[in-house]
Design a protein around this ligand. Structure first.
Ligand SMILES: Nc1ncnc2c1ncn2[C@@H]1O[C@H](COP(=O)(O)OP(=O)(O)O)[C@@H](O)[C@H]1O
Ligand SMILES: [Mg+2]
Length: 315
């Protein structure tokens, strides 16, 4: 896969949704120079978004965590790959489940998709194949279940199935005693596959890109999380909100502050800085700690992983 393909995200076609967000209008004072820009227009949530905090993992089994944001291109897959790798580096047994049809986790973890016979689609349709659907990756201690194009159309097929929201929960159950952490990558939508991931999960990590429209859609995601918690999975809570592709601009800093205001207790620091090394690494089939551990991206993912490691009760 080329870098261009990796960055080309179908979800950019998603219709924009604004819920609970108000547009902050400012007076137009002409064209200020960059030094004089104090504040720029952003979308802002009117009050802190209510998100349930997560609970500790039950004894003797892996914690299941879904990385989710229905917006595409916000750094979900990059975070799954690098957080998984960091956890393995710290001695934890990790399983990555790629529930996105783009299948970029396999590329980023050095798995050749053309050689894979059993994928996340098979896992969801035939939970009994769970044990055999795992693959080794370029990172010792990280196993994965590969997502690929066969996930397209799966939601339609699942509509006919009984217990359709719990397929992934069932499928993962026999694997849980063998891992410390299971990390699920999700597609840029809140469809049935993402709901399956939430129903299976103990915790959720929400990557937010510190750009214009960052908070847009988060109220909808918060609503979905609360709904799944109320109806299908009372364990579900939020482990953290992380900032991605952060750059030292007025806009980025302002959005970062607004995310902090919206999720005062859930924010994970530091933000992951925008860093070309993070975008390059998947083309070599390796995470950042093998590509360039001292890069800004490498350092930031290390720090974020430390925060998550303690929130997940892994140290
Ligand atoms: N911190 C970063 N700095 C630079 N590029 C990044 C960073 N995080 C992700 N990218 C790149 O941005 C694109 C989208 O990231 P990705 O993780 O695939 O997002 P998502 O899974 O949410 O669609 C990819 O090309 C990825 O390599
Ligand atoms: Mg992705």
């Amino acid at each position: 896969m080329t870098l261009e393909e990796g960055g080309n995200d179908a979800s950019r076609d998603d219709p924009p949704t604004i819920i609970d967000a108000e547009f902050i209008e400012e007076e137009d004072r002409g064209l200020p120079s960059i030094d004089t820009v104090k504040e720029v227009k952003t979308t802002r949530v009117s009050s802190p978004l209510e998100l349930p905090r997560s609970q500790p993992t039950p004894e003797g089994r892996a914690r299941i965590v879904t990385i989710i944001n229905q917006k595409g291109g916000v750094g979900k897959t990059t975070s799954v790959i690098n957080i998984a790798a960091q956890m393995a580096l710290r001695g934890h047994r990790v399983l990555v489940v790629d529930a996105d049809s783009q299948g970029n986790c396999a590329t980023g973890l050095g798995v050749d998709k053309s050689k894979v016979r059993t994928t996340t689609r098979d896992l969801i349709l035939n939970p009994e194949c769970a044990i055999d659907s795992r693959h080794a990756t370029a990172v010792e201690g990280v196993h994965m279940i590969v997502g690929d194009r066969t996930l397209v159309g799966l939601e339609q097929e699942m509509l006919r199935q009984l217990g359709r929201e719990r397929r992934l929960t069932e499928a993962l159950a026999p694997l849980l005693p063998h891992y410390d952490i299971v990390i699920i990558d999700t597609p840029p939508s809140l469809g049935l596959v993402s709901i399956n991931a939430l129903v299976a999960s103990d915790g959720v990590v929400i990557p937010v890109q510190t750009e214009y429209f960052a908070l847009e859609g988060l109220a909808m995601l918060a609503g979905t999380i609360r709904e799944v918690r109320g109806l299908l999975n009372p364990r579900l809570g939020v482990d953290g909100v992380m900032l991605t592709m952060h750059a030292p601009t007025v806009l980025n800093q302002q959005v970062a502050n607004e995310v902090k205001d919206a999720f005062p207790e859930l924010l994970i620091e530091p933000p992951i800085r925008r860093n070309i090394k993070l975008a390059e690494a998947p083309s070599h089939g390796i995470p950042i700690h093998l590509h360039d551990p001292t890069s800004k991206g490498g350092q930031d993912y290390q720090k974020v992983a430390s925060v998550l490691e303690s929130r997940w009760g892994l140290r």
